[in-house]
Design a protein around this ligand. Sequence first.
Ligand code: FNR
Length: 186
Amino acid sequence: MATVVAISGSLRKGSFNSALLRAAAELAPDDLVLVEGSIAAIPLYDGDLEAREGLPPAVVELKAQIAAADGLLLATPEYNQSFPGVLKNAIDWLSRPPADVPRVFGGKAVAVIGATPGPGGTRLAQAAWLPVLRALGTRPWFGKQLHVSGAASLFDGEGGLVDERTRAQLAEYLRGFARFVASPSG
Ligand code: FNR
């Protein structure tokens, strides 16, 4: 049984990316447990705040969650053809202090998915994460890609993923990621 921390890069209640992760938790294979990691209470990174008070409690908690997990699943919105600042801000806090990075992120299996109401499926945002994942020394999974476009017509009013084709793609994606997480060599 493997545990993966699932983080949505959107703070809004009606987020398609958060909804995608809720569907992922439901569709994950039996040997993969998704636990929600929240960035909602993480403040803007401020080196003076860090020097004065250390890491904020929300960062300490999420760091511990990730360090204890077998993998990380990011659902990234795309903002101006790149990743959203709120999620990058959270990752930046999580990379402090640098001496902890190998313990928290080193060799960690990471997958990136994303949803947008637009046509591009967050392709550019997903690609923008790659240098960050490399900087952290993670083990990114490239076995499949999931680009959810036209999201407004795939989810119902309660944020349920109702499009059967997307549900099947997500389930297949998660089966592949579960195999990757379980295999130390990838
Ligand atoms: C967007 N959006 C967007 N969409 C996209 O596919 N490519 C883009 O470059 C952008 N750029 C962009 C910039 C900013 C500042 C905002 C606020 C939005 C639209 C975006 O995909 C949409 O708001 C999603 O609904 C955001 O994800 P959540 O919140 O639904 O998870």
